[in-house]
Design a protein around this ligand. Structure first.
Ligand code: HEM
Length: 451
């Protein structure tokens, strides 16, 4: 471990521990009530997953210390343990030297394809009909899954395969989320109809990726896509390419990490546009002022300062990666407390980003706290929606480009009116999203309506 940066962290115990199960059932049913209880327990909050203690960390210095730690004293922990079994070894599960080599090799595949992003954002937003009701959670999933399908394969994917891909991806992701959260590892082995559907989706997606690799190798189709970039990747030291299995695993983990996370940010954005007219008005004013034409020219992204502040604020209050995990492989000292080997550690950006000692009026949604003069007062390490250290998100540029473009495209075309009495409910599965955001859409510029 690197030098300790904090020696006197406060530690408390989350109330409501049940005999045998501890907080495990409650975590499964309503992780946010457990996290809200953890919020007042201190820098380190102890929860019980069955008979074992787990540690929820929300102090920035401790989080920085752990995220920056070499992988000698920590592995990736419970959230990732089942991932390797499900989709094989990949950047999502590797640690130490093999992780560093793989990361260098595949980083070029993570460049955003802005043209595909703006085309898909326009296709989705212009498919809506005035006065109709849409669930923005579903629509934003459709948007991000389509971006994913097209950026993986570019011209090598047919409309039919793309439709199949967009239909299979949520089934596979639901399974991955369920199995990742299963500490016993047995759920995926039970032959239920649900499991069969998930296994079919995973196998079929892997076949589509393998086909993409073959097509690229034989005909060069799909050049510029992520699958092609993974096929072209070389180990900087040995010059070796990735094997077919490694390409498949990397494409699978990229899809898993990159679709639901962005969809979650966009669902929140739509919910805010629908429920907070003042914010919607400022977004409208900005896209009108920047003369955003559609499909949006990616060159306009730097002008969309307010949209970026809204996204920052969504990432602060509703970070898609609300919980990250590690497991201590040896005894470690954390803020003056002994953490035994084998203990699970959860870093909680959701709690960190709501600390009253780091953010003024932390529960308030206030995009202007990201104005340069105010943002510089936010302490270093207080905002880590993309993690930090050797495992910091590889897809942050894709996430920024896709979120900004989609929000600008929707704001350019539509007023979103809330269509439900109750506010959307937060869900964690395992990324943060909303249960539903029903809205009706009204065109902002009827004369220029794309319909
Ligand atoms: C708003 C959207 C996103 C958020 C909030 C987010 C958040 C995160 C976080 C917190 C981590 C660190 C996990 C850890 O240390 O345990 C991470 C890692 C990662 N993310 Fe993202 N992510 C987002 C979008 C994406 C996208 C779009 C992609 C791919 C296209 C992606 C690919 C990855 C990968 C591959 C890693 C693992 C990196 C490594 O271990 O070296 N993410 N992400």
């Amino acid at each position: 471990m690197p030098q300790e940066t904090m020696t006197h962290a406060t530690l408390g115990f989350v109330p409501g521990r049940r005999w045998l199960v501890g907080h495990a059932l409650k975590m499964r049913k309503d992780a946010f009530s457990v996290m809200d209880s953890a919020r007042s327990c201190g820098d380190i909050a102890v929860v019980w997953l069955g008979p074992k203690p787990a540690y929820v960390i929300s102090h920035p210095a401790l989080i920085r210390q752990l995220l920056a730690a070499e992988d000698r004293s920590l592995d990736k922990g419970p959230l990732y343990e089942n991932l390797a079994q499900l989709i094989g070894v990949s950047i999502g599960t590797l640690t130490g030297h093999p992780h560093r080599v793989r990361r260098r090799m595949i980083a070029p595949a993570y460049a955003p394809n802005d043209e595909i992003i703006s085309t898909v954002a326009f296709e989705v937003a212009s498919s809506w009909r005035p006065g109709h009701l849409y669930d923005m959670v579903e629509e934003m999933r459709r948007l991000s899954f389509t971006v994913m399908a097209r950026t993986l394969f570019t011209d090598a994917i047919t409309a039919d395969s793309e439709a199949e891909f967009v239909q299979l991806l949520p089934v596979a992701l639901t399974g991955i989320a369920k199995y990742m959260a299963d500490p016993t590892g047995v759920l995926k082995r039970i032959p239920t109809a649900d499991n069969r559907r998930v296994n079919h989706a995973l196998t079929r997606l892997q076949q589509i990726i393998d086909d993409g690799v073959s097509t690229y190798r034989s005909a060069g189709a799909g050049a510029g896509g992520i699958v092609a970039a993974l096929t072209d990747a070389r180990d900087p030291q040995t010059g070796q390419p990735l094997s077919a299995e490694q390409i498949r695993n990397e494409a699978m983990v990229l899809m898993s990490a990159g679709s639901e996370t962005v969809a979650g940010v966009l669902s929140h954005a739509c919910s805010i546009m629908a429920h907070d007219p003042a914010i919607a008005e400022q977004l409208h004013a900005e896209v009108d002022h920047a003369l955003v034409d559609l499909p949006m020219n990616p060159g306009k992204i730097p002008q969309l300062e307010y949209a970026k502040r809204v996204i920052h604020e969504i990432l602060r209050l509703f970070p898609s990666g609300a919980l990250m995990s590690r497991r201590a492989t040896v005894e470690i000292n954390l803020g003056g407390h002994r953490i035994p080997p084998g203990a699970a550690l959860f870093f909680c950006p959701y709690l960190l980003h709501r600390r009253v000692d780091l953010f003024d009026d932390p529960d308030r949604f206030d995009p202007d706290r990201w104005l340069p003069e105010r943002a510089q007062r936010i302490p270093h390490g207080a905002f880590v929606p993309f993690g930090a250290g050797p495992h910091i998100c590889l897809g942050d540029k894709i996430a920024w480009s896709e979120s900004t473009t989609a929000i600008a495209t929707i704001s350019r075309l539509w007023n979103l009116q809330p269509a439900a009495k109750r506010a959307p409910r937060l869900i964690l599965a395992p990324t943060l999203n909303l249960d539903a955001v029903p809205v009706t859409v009204e065109p902002r510029h009827p004369a220029q309506s794309p319909i």
